[in-house]
Design a protein around this ligand. Structure first.
Ligand code: HAM
Length: 434
């Protein structure tokens, strides 16, 4: 019988051990920054009742119209959806557990999201977001602080220059007035609209502004601008946000065409974009969503948040040469079996007591083959627990790697007393790993 071959689901990736270091680096670096701003972790299930997203994200968005993995739970007939984003889920949880009762919340999350999109570089069907939601605070100070927090994350990660684009979507009434003006304008120019635009004309005319169709660019350029419909309060909100972001020395551009693909936004929207990743260059998007808490059944409370696409951030780190590589161990212990194996295992324990990552060669093998394994493990140092040296209470230590700019301990193979080896190697590892 032919062997059956199994592959993963299209657009859903395995994270392999060689990628672990960069994933953990992004998580650790961002969490460290989030904690400095008082954000706490929240985890919600990957499945939600479909209504959470149709209501939260909006019925006529691309996400809800064509990208959700939804199914009926065969056990009880419930309509469920694999979360395509987490803001609606977080708000659902906050409402359900009364987390805004007499207080506000600064929350972060990390995890997989699911959208049935056409897979390409930077666009996957399962992807990961690291996001934050600040609930119960009106802004624009909190919006600005969030931008500052993101600027700090990019710096800490070392992603290189990323462009901040901001816009305002104003208040609901202003958006409605603009929407009506847009519909009138597009109605007057029906002949220029493509099929997609005609379909959206009365459901989501704002999305027509996002069109990539070159034949519609002139039409879109001339369309009524929301900025012209904003009242004093909305203008003041944007002005203060700009003032604060500028005061923090963060460069930005106001992009009046930035609308975002989710319906819950009002006032602030923003994206961080890189030119180094081709078409999928938006590494982070977010904005204010004051109506959402009430839309999902809670007492009205404002909110603002963002989510970054972790795969895209990692790809960018690789592009700029800042992605740390995974290593399995700091030290690889080579031995000759029998009594030397016993000594090797015990020496490894003593090193691990000091926090050193150690692999002891499993089983037996020639020194040459053990050296090959040591090299492949990424270990900085090989320790030889063998031969006459060991009989005299000593092990040989050798650095396996080249380093520029630092004096490398054990660059030459050196004999060390077994009792002193753990401390000496701990210090050597600290010296080369920094
Ligand atoms: P979003 O713009 O849909 O916003 O997604 C945020 C980020 O997730 C994008 O900028 C992108 O980096 C990444 N992303 C989205 N789709 C994919 C995909 N198919 N493959 C890889 N990466 C992807 C939201 O999801 C909002 N919940 C953000 C937010 C939080 N707004 C307020 N709070």
């Amino acid at each position: 019988m032919a062997k059956e071959k199994f592959t993963g689901v299209k657009g859903m990736n395995d994270m392999l051990p060689q990628d672990a270091a960069v994933w953990q680096y992004v998580q650790r670096t961002c969490i460290d920054v989030l904690e400095r701003y008082g954000y706490q972790e929240i985890r919600t299930p990957i499945l939600e009742n479909t209504r959470v997203f149709t209501r939260g994200v909006g019925e006529v968005t691309d996400i809800v119209e064509k990208e959700m993995y939804s199914f009926v739970d065969s056990m009880n007939g419930d309509q469920l959806t694999l979360r395509p984003e987490c803001t609606s889920a977080v708000v659902r949880a906050v409402n359900e557990h009364n987390l805004l009762y007499g207080t506000n919340q600064r929350l972060w999350y990390f995890g997989p999201m699911f959208r049935h999109e056409r897979p390409q570089r930077g666009r996957y069907r399962q992807f990961h977001q690291l996001g934050a939601e600040a609930l119960g605070m009106e802004g624009p100070d909190i919006d600005a602080e969030m931008i500052m927090m993101l600027a700090r994350m990019w710096k800490a990660l070392g992603v290189g220059p990323v462009r901040l684009e901001m816009n305002t979507l104003g208040a609901l009434e202003e958006r409605q007035a603009h929407r009506e003006a847009l519909i009138r304008y597009f109605e007057e120019n029906q002949d220029v609209l493509d099929e997609d635009a005609r379909r959206r004309l009365y459901t989501n005319p704002l999305r027509i502004l996002d069109t990539k169709n070159p034949d519609m660019q002139a039409l879109v350029e001339g369309a009524p601008k929301l900025l012209d419909f904003l009242g004093e309060k909305s203008r003041g909100f944007l002005n203060r946000l700009e003032e604060l972001v500028s005061a923090a020395g963060i460069e930005y551009v106001i992009n009046p065409r930035l609308v975002r693909g989710l319906d819950y936004y009002n006032h602030t929207v923003f994206e961080w974009i890189t030119d180094r990743l081709g078409a999928q260059g938006t590494i982070c998007g977010g904005g204010r969503y004051d109506p959402l808490v009430e839309m999902l059944g809670g007492r009205p409370a404002p909110g603002v948040g963002f989510a970054m696409g972790v795969e895209r951030v990692i790809e960018l780190l690789r592009e700029v040469g800042q992605a740390p590589t995974s290593t399995q161990s700091d030290v690889y212990v080579i031995h000759h079996g029998g009594d030397t194996q016993t000594r090797a295992l015990l020496l490894a324990e003593a090193m691990r007591d000091r926090g050193v990552r150690v692999i002891v060669h499993p089983g037996s093998g020639s020194i040459k083959s053990q050296m090959k394994k040591a090299d492949a493990s990424g270990a900085e140092f090989a320790v030889f627990a063998a031969g006459d040296e060991l009989a005299q209470g000593k092990v040989a230590v050798k650095c396996l790697r080249e380093h520029n700019n630092i004096v490398v301990p054990f660059a030459e193979q050196t004999l060390v007393d077994v009792d002193e080896a753990p401390a000496a190697i701990e210090a050597a590892v600290a010296a080369v790993r920094g």
